[in-house]
Design a protein around this ligand. Structure first.
Ligand SMILES: *[C@@H]1O[C@H](CO)[C@@H](O)[C@H](O)[C@H]1NC(C)=O
Length: 429
């Protein structure tokens, strides 16, 4: 009795503690959109994660985004923020700061640019090991990668995980050049001259103007004389992600509340939707994603068995492919005025560093008739909603291969450079 009482009280205390404990850094990091470290996606409710036991995977088409890297354009904001902090150092030095901002007394930023960081190498070694464990009977001839060096390096570390640490065989890595003269299913945006980031700049800028000023004001009130502008605050969010990628921790993660992180997550989702999703006008993302989709269907339509395709690319590769397939697309489009909690676009879970999009073709002796397809996105079944027809399809999140092809008629109807391509992307070089 006493024991029970103690147990109940302790559970209650743990419950209260969970409510008042601030969100851990890790819980914040995995909400930072495409700059989130690799993590498993949450499994969607009501969808079986394992196939029936009479089913067998015949083909695997695997695509990984490169691992964690140094910042690209985000680095500009981090440096500007660090400069603002340095300029204010004389006032900060003598100020009484709240605990979560005390780090500003010594904060400096040392980050490289664009290249893979050690954590990114570890993510890829892990992916290689896990791939081997999951598909021991599958073989592949080479790694196909985009042309960028962090992607090629990612393939090298995937190979070390897969074959062993001494493995080093550059001849197994086949990069497709990333340039405007080369059509690649991994970088179709290179041949879409009218793609423009000004769209996402204005969309995410509109939301930034709504949520960021309050955060900036909070920081400025806590640190008189700091004089942050909203872009410094933005630099703080990016510093959380990229300090962590490069150094394994960032004091900036602790500087934001759960609500502020949720607002930044929405900012990241708008960014991906407007850069590589339906919010980019002229159906451009679907047109770009048609290249990967057609390649996938072409591969799944062969009779090969135990053959895997192992490819490495970018967040944009995954995002445009999913958009073309009608996955993770919000209808109506996401507003820039408030957060939509039930949205489908969740870039943190869909395209984090090292994000993995895996299509499996499988057949079953009893459960399903004919070849079937499923998508495993960051280790969770991602239901292929546009082609799901039967209750059994819905239970496993899968589709028959023929229904999958049927649901991708838009992609199948486009030829690179044809009128439809030109109407969205403009005329390629
Ligand atoms: C592509 O961009 C060019 C140059 O800005 C413009 O003239 C053309 O109309 C655009 N094409 C489409 C399909 O938007």
């Amino acid at each position: 009795m006493l024991f029970q009482w103690v147990f109940v009280s302790l559970s209650f205390l743990a419950y209260v503690a969970a409510l008042v404990t601030p969100l851990s850094d890790w819980a914040k990091l995995i909400k930072l959109g495409p700059n989130a470290p690799y993590h498993k996606a949450p499994a969607p409710r009501g969808v079986k994660q394992n196939l029936p036991s009479d089913c067998k995977v015949k083909q695997v088409v695997y695509l990984s985004r490169h691992g964690s890297r140094y910042p690209g354009f985000e680095g500009t904001y981090v440096s500007a923020m660090a400069q603002t902090v340095t300029t204010a150092q004389p006032v900060i030095a003598s100020a009484r700061l709240p605990r979560e901002l005390r780090f500003l007394k010594t904060y400096t930023s040392t980050l490289g640019s664009e290249d893979l960081v050690d954590k990114g190498r570890q993510e890829m070694v892990h992916h290689g090991k896990e791939f081997r464990k999951r598909y021991p009977h599958f073989s592949f001839e080479h790694f196909v990668t985009s042309g960028s060096s962090r992607v090629i390096e990612s393939a090298t570390y995937f190979g070390k995980g897969y074959f062993g640490h001494n493995w080093n065989d550059p001849s197994m890595i086949s990069p497709i050049p990333s340039n405007p003269a080369t059509l690649s299913h991994l970088t179709p945006f290179q041949v879409c001259p009218n793609h423009s980031f000004s769209v996402s700049d204005s969309i995410k800028g509109a939301w930034q103007n709504i949520f960021m000023p309050a955060i900036t004001a909070r920081i400025n009130a806590a640190v008189p004389g700091l004089n942050f502008a909203d872009i410094d605050t933005l630099g703080g969010f990016y510093a959380c992600a990229f300090d962590y990628a490069a150094h394994g921790e960032s004091p900036w993660c602790g500087a934001f509340t759960k609500q502020e992180i949720d607002q930044f997550e929405y900012y990241a989702d708008l960014d991906v939707s407007a850069s590589w999703g339906l919010m980019h006008p002229q159906n451009m993302a679907r047109v770009m994603g048609s290249v990967y989709t057609k390649k996938l269907i072409q591969r799944l339509s062969t009779n090969e068995e135990n053959v895997a395709y192992v490819e490495l690319g970018h967040d944009a590769t995954i995002a445009v492919a999913m958009t073309a397939m009608g996955l993770a697309t919000d209808d109506p489009l996401l507003p820039t005025t408030h957060i939509v909690p039930e949205r489908k676009m969740r870039s943190s879970n869909q395209v984090p560093f090292g994000g993995q999009m895996v299509f499996e073709k499988f057949t079953c002796s009893r459960s399903f008739e004919g070849p079937q397809v499923r998508l495993i996105l960051n280790e969770a079944t991602y239901p292929l909603t546009p082609c799901i027809q039967s209750p059994r399809d819905a239970k496993y999140g899968t589709c028959s291969l023929s229904n999958f092809i049927q649901s991708n008629q838009f992609s199948m109807s486009i030829e690179f450079g044809d009128a439809q391509w030109a109407a969205s992307c403009g005329v390629p070089a």
